[in-house]
Design a protein around this ligand. Structure first.
Ligand code: MUC
Ligand code: MN
Length: 373
């Protein structure tokens, strides 16, 4: 039997408006831009992938426009004409010829897994060894920028039984103002909800120590990336100093970062993201390092749409229950979708879509409507 070859790779920039402004320490989002990848095999099978970041270049080093160019100009030509079945060989080829660019590689790895899954009649989770869960917990981020609006939104989510864990985006305002905002929300919700914060690197270590002290006293459960990404020693000091755990996000991209942090004495928790690690297979290498080091796991998002969210869910489903659950709510932050069947959110979580592949089909009219011309 002759090999199935990678025949064509198409990339599209897709802009979808958010349901409300989403305010982070470094930017406020009114729209999300996704790079959608359509990878076609010689037998006609199509694999879907997504590469998505936050706020252009304000969050990470790859922009949507840059990701599209990188794939079109450099990465797609490396894959076209190659047999599709050996993901290890394809991945090694990409890494040999292109440094970094983990977001672009994640989108391609997703599309390759989707295509191979469809071709072999297996879900992406099955290609990754098999799903241990079919329903995963999902947190919601409160980031309207207004304390009362956030409280109202949290109660609505609780009543719908859609979310019972909340993450607050802070760091854009002076620390005392942020602490008052967080403490008011935690006081309103009480024991009905777990409340965590994400500072997105906005504090220096001294400010962090002051802020975390007050947040711990207010009953906050988890402090995400309080100081700049590269300050591993500072993050480790904060983790050792406070009872409330630190969640490394921007600090930990792949297995190498995870190993360095753990070897340096950091033992709290890692936010796994397929985009940071370079794909659903690559992110599991980090998860395995974390498990070996006794570091807690959290299924993180770059606020991807349904394709990137589904790809992440297939990876998380292969792991034991994660200590901190997941934040795979990206599609719920968007006013519309480009897929035929949305993901099913209920009972404080989301169902793993059934395969083959990702188990996701495009709505061609919506895709055309929201694609950049
Ligand atoms: O965690 C981040 O830094 C990015 C993202 C994830 C959820 C959210 O609201 O923003
Ligand atoms: Mn984060």
């Amino acid at each position: 039997m002759s090999d199935t070859l990678i025949h064509e790779i198409e990339t599209l920039l897709v802009d979808l408006p958010t349901i409300r402004p989403h305010k982070l320490s470094m930017t406020t989002m009114a729209c999300q831009t996704m790079v959608i990848i359509r990878l076609r095999l010689s037998d006609g099978t199509e694999g879907l992938g997504e590469a998505t970041t936050i706020g252009g270049l304000s969050y990470g080093p790859e922009s949507p426009e840059g990701i599209k160019q990188t794939i079109d100009t450099y990465l797609a030509p490396l894959l076209i004409g190659q047999p599709s079945h050996n993901l290890n060989a394809l991945r090694a080829c990409l890494d040999r010829h292109a440094r970094g660019n983990s977001f672009a590689k994640s989108g391609l790895e997703t599309a390759l897994l989707d295509a191979e899954g469809k071709r072999r009649g297996l879900s992406v989770a099955e290609l990754l060894g098999g799903a241990r869960h079919t329903h995963l917990p999902v947190l919601w981020t409160l980031a309207s920028g207004d304390t009362q609006k956030d409280i109202d939104e949290a109660f609505q989510r609780l009543e719908e039984r859609r979310h019972c864990d909340f993450k607050l985006k802070i760091g854009a305002n002076p620390v005392d103002q942020d602490v008052r905002h967080v403490a008011a929300i935690k006081a309103a919700l009480g024991d009905r909800a777990s409340v965590r914060v994400d500072v997105n690197q906005a504090w220096d270590e001294a400010t962090a120590a002051r802020g975390i002290d007050a947040l711990e006293a207010a009953g906050i459960d988890l402090i995400e990336q309080p100081i700049p990404a590269r300050e591993f020693a500072g993050l480790t000091r904060l983790a050792q100093r406070f009872v409330v755990p630190m969640l490394a996000d921007e600090a930990v991209h792949d297995a190498r970062d995870g190993f360095t942090l753990a070897a340096g004495g950091f033992g709290d928790a890692f936010a796994l993201k397929i985009a940071k690690a370079g794909g659903p297979r690559s992110v599991l290498e980090l998860a395995h390092v974390a498990q070996a080091a006794g570091v807690g796991l959290y299924g993180g998002t770059m606020l991807e749409g349904t394709i990137g969210t589904a790809a992440s869910l297939h990876a998380w489903a292969t792991l034991p229950e994660m200590t901190w659950g997941t934040e795979m709510f990206g599609p719920l932050l968007l006013k519309d979708d480009i897929v035929a069947e949305p993901l099913r959110y209920h009972e404080f979580g989301v169902d793993l879509p059934a395969g083959p592949g990702l188990g996701i089909a495009l709505d061609e009219d919506k895709l055309t409507h929201y694609s950049r011309k």
